[in-house]
Design a protein around this ligand. Structure first.
Ligand code: NAD
Length: 497
């Protein structure tokens, strides 16, 4: 197997029913490498006709060839796909770094763990089942069947294209669904490069389809009445629109949305570890991660010390070409995104945040969309930087006096995706974890993820869960079957049994 990482400039089509197809309108768009500002491939701009064709292909496969596969057979194909991804993971990492500018070291790491998602759900495929349920009537047998929902429409963002797709693809296929994937227009290449691997793994045509395009394509997919389930990862406002479109035809939804995640540093914390965790939380991936720990809440007595420590390490962050192994901060994913990040910083300055570091484009890196890691101290909960997701390398720090106040400030947000706690006091760690309103809480660690552990936000951070056996509920529906086991003659037809 191979993955295309090099020039020449490639022209991708949609992948529908096992074939590459141009857009019905012949429309295309180009994707730009954010480290160089140069277009490096062209993809098809999907319209209603392309979405319809892909959904029909997925429906035909669902009702036909895919329904003939046993759960064990589905599991084997998922294992094959995991093996193939493991073979070409380093090449897929290069494709993603070219597409979204994230560090090659991070994308390589993600690609190494990516097969685990396919292995985990490969093993789960034949462990999806209903139950036998006791009823008040002895002769009546009642059991449930857990069935696939049908055609899944998956819409994903640009920040970790393959990983965030795998979170949907692996469980959806394990449960017996077919899927149409719509990756982000800013980073579609790795999803398209995955399609030949899907084919090689042995998935029949139509089981996995990929259509490219911008928000219009995503909307057409979410709104398509032939889509039985919509799984979305992206921004909160887009998620709301996707949810409304899916509700028009009553398709269930999973929404993995944005966050404004707090990191709570207590005075009894290991400050080396906490400093490491704050930097890992907000400057890794240039802050372009949904779980960015973008609010650091620090207890008064260690407040200035933590700011100094974080600033000292941040100043030494190596900014540059994300394809270089020793680079620690690459560019932002696209030009408009950098403009958005700069606008957030300007508002923070105008609202009186104390700029400790950064707040501008780094000198000497004029070609790509780079932005310096930025720290604001003395944030107040009224400020925009406290409330709104930046999705860039911008940290806001603010002090708290005690545990109650820390929890109150942490929970003062419409989001609820993740939170970090730094303390060496064990009872406090668990006490605070229970009080935080967040779908994921990390204690003395940050940004860990596994296929076996449920992930998903509260409030404006989303609906439903990904990962873990829990996610299989999202990709199945439950049927209740009643059986009369009595051979006695039927009783009174006018009485409910
Ligand atoms: P986005 O919402 O702009 O786009 C996400 C996807 O939705 C893209 O494929 C886009 O083309 C599509 N889209 C846009 N408008 C649409 C519409 N009206 N209908 C249907 N689809 C539409 O998000 P983004 O900028 O690509 O990603 C960044 C956001 O994603 C951040 O807010 C981040 O927090 C969030 N995110 C969340 C998670 C999570 O698991 N919770 C993970 C990663 C990113």
């Amino acid at each position: 197997v191979s993955v295309s990482t090099e020039r020449p400039f490639k022209r991708y089509g949609h992948y529908i029913g096992g074939e590459w197809r141009r857009a019905a309108t012949e429309e295309t768009f180009e994707s730009v490498n954010p480290a160089t500002g140069e277009a490096w491939y062209q993809a098809a701009q999907g319209g209603d006709a392309d979405v319809d064709r892909a959904v029909r292909a997925a429906r035909a496969a669902f009702e036909g060839v895919w329904s003939e596969h046993t759960p064990l057979q589905r599991g084997k194909l998922l294992r094959n796909l995991g093996d193939l991804i493991a073979e070409v993971g380093d090449d897929l990492a290069i494709v993603e770094t070219r597409d979204n500018g994230k560090l090659i070291r991070e994308m390589r790491g993600q690609m190494r763990s990516l097969p685990e998602w396919f292995y985990y759900f490969s093993g789960a495929a034949d462990k999806i089942h209903g139950e036998t349920i006791p009823t008040p009537t002895r002769e009546i047998l009642n059991y449930t069947l857990r069935e696939p929902v049908g055609v899944v429409g998956a819409i994903t963002p640009w920040n970790s294209p393959l990983l965030l797709t795998a979170l949907k693809l692996a469980p959806a296929l394990a449960a017996g669904n077919t899927i149409v994937i719509k990756p982000s227009e800013h980073a579609s290449a790795s999803i398209l490069e995955l399609m030949p691997l899907v084919e090689r793994a042995g998935f029949p045509p139509g089981v996995v389809n990929a259509i490219t395009g911008d928000g219009r394509t995503g909307h057409a997919l979410a709104a398509h009445p032939g889509v039985d389930k919509v799984a979305f990862t992206g921004g909160t406002e887009t998620g709301r629109r996707v949810g409304v479109a899916a509700m028009e035809h009553l398709a269930p939804i999973t929404l993995e949305l944005g966050g404004k995640s707090p990191q709570l540093v207590f005075s009894d914390a290991d400050l080396d570890a906490a400093t490491f965790g704050i930097i890992a939380g907000v400057f890794a991936a240039a802050g372009q991660t949904c779980v960015a720990g973008s609010r650091a809440l620090v207890q008064h007595s260690v407040y200035e010390e933590v700011i100094d420590r974080v600033a000292e390490r941040t100043e030494r962050i190596r900014i540059g070409d994300p394809l270089e192994d020793d680079t620690e901060l690459g560019p932002l994913a696209f030009k408009e995104h950098r403009e958005r990040v700069a606008a957030h910083v300007a508002v923070a300055e105008s609202e009186g945040g104390r700029l400790v570091l950064g707040g501008k484009q780094p000198p000497g890196l004029d070609q790509g969309w780079f932005y310096e890691p930025t720290i604001f101290a003395d944030l107040s909960p009224r400020m925009s930087l406290f409330r709104n997701e930046v999705f860039g390398p911008v940290l806001g720090v603010l002090p708290f006096k005690d545990e109650d106040e820390a929890v109150e400030i942490a929970n003062d947000t419409r989001y609820g995706l993740a939170a970090g706690i730094w303390t060496q006091n064990l009872p406090r760690a668990h006490r605070v974890a229970a009080k935080l309103r967040a779908g994921t809480v990390w204690i003395n660690t940050y940004r860990t993820l596994a296929p076996s552990s449920p992930f998903g936000g509260f409030g404006d951070s989303g609906i439903g869960k990904e990962n873990g056996l829990e996610v299989l509920r999202e990709y199945t529906r439950l049927k209740s079957v009643w059986v009369n086991t009595s051979s006695a003659p039927p009783g009174d037809p006018f009485v409910l049994r």
